[in-house]
Ligand binder design. Structure first.
Ligand code: CP
Length: 315
């Protein structure tokens, strides 16, 4: 595997999630596979789960890990092609990543969108350029438009918890005070379209996701209608795709609360975290026995470990 930037980078994401669940049963079974191999984790943006789960996964495979926060630790990196580099950005990714590839056998990168230029963000240029400019495998730790490791962990969690062959999974928008990327929602929808689930997406008008990611999902603008008989409720805020990067609503009636969860089939509550409590979801829901958020975060480790294992086996 040369890259893991979308669910389509593996032949079958369902089989891959099953592999990850198998690895979870015996995570140290391949603890020498990564001996004398180095993973470089490059963060343009903050992280808690992605950073720690990826470090832990690499260590379980016997790898060494180097972590760099670009904005804090290194030269500020230029990502635009052909610019006159007379600003505060001292090095181009065209130079930096081939150099990082000299020290690392696999590179992980997190780079969020600008939320200003939809065309540029949806070209997913930074991660694609890094794949282009480096000779070593690249793992997306969340790009401008996708968060594939999160979606893989989400699929694992649904497989673990589902009591039905084809559960109803509802992705619901919820309010947030800041403009957030669409990456988590895009990857979740992309992956659920490939999974054996009934996918429903609910949000206020104006928050339609890119149709490429919506795929065959049913879009319902009435949140309560969408929640009826759901087996999984996946809450996430995202900024508008059509009115790109804008906050169009802060409607508190979209907060996931106990009353709305009561409409479901005793659904599990999911969120990728970090979450703003009592903004996205009430304490009562996220602290309830049906909350799967900690299990989801735990599965991040085995999702990325499965990707790294596959990459190490093919170096
Ligand atoms: N869910 C997730 O990616 O968390 P972090 O931003 O903390 O890595």
């Amino acid at each position: 595997m040369k890259k893991y930037t979308t669910a389509y980078d593996v032949p079958n994401i369902n089989d891959f999630a099953d592999k990850a669940l198998e690895l979870k049963k015996n995570p140290f079974a391949f603890d020498t596979l990564g001996k004398h191999k180095t993973l470089g984790l490059i963060f343009f943006n903050p992280s808690l789960r992605t950073r720690l789960s990826t470090q832990k996964a690499a260590m379980s495979l016997g790898m060494n890990v180097i972590v760099m926060n670009v904005d804090g630790d290194g030269w500020k990196l230029e990502t635009e092609e052909g610019v006159i580099m007379d600003s505060d950005k001292a090095e181009h990714i065209k130079d930096a990543f081939p150099v990082i590839g000299q020290y690392c056998d696999i590179i992980g990168v997190r780079s969020f969108p600008s939320l200003k230029d939809r065309e540029a963000d949806y070209a997913d240029k930074v991660i694609n350029d890094i794949v282009k400019y480096t000779s070593v495998p690249v793992v997306s730790l969340e790009s401008a438009i996708r968060h594939p490791l999160q979606a893989l962990a989400d699929l694992m969690t649904i497989k673990e918890l589902s009591q039905k062959a084809k559960p109803k999974v509802v992705l619901t928008w919820a309010p947030h005070p800041r403009a957030l990327p669409q990456a988590v929602s895009n990857s979740f929808a992309e992956t659920m379209n490939l999974a054996d689930v009934e996918l429903v997406i609910t949000h206020p008008k104006g928050y339609e996701l890119n149709p490429e990611f919506v795929g065959n999902a049913r879009v319902v603008y009435d949140q309560k209608e969408a929640f009826k008989d759901a087996d999984f409720i996946y809450a996430k805020n995202w900024s508008s795709y059509n009115d790109y990067g804008q906050i169009l609503s802060q409607d508190k009636s979209w907060v996931v609360d106990e009353e709305k969860m009561a409409l479901t089939n005793n659904a599990h509550f999911m969120h990728c975290l970090p979450v703003r409590r009592n903004v996205i979801v009430t304490d009562g829901v996220i602290d309830s026995p049906q909350s799967a958020v900690i299990q989801q975060a735990g599965n991040r480790e085995f999702a990325v470990q499965t990707v790294l294992k596959e990459m190490l086996e093919n170096l």
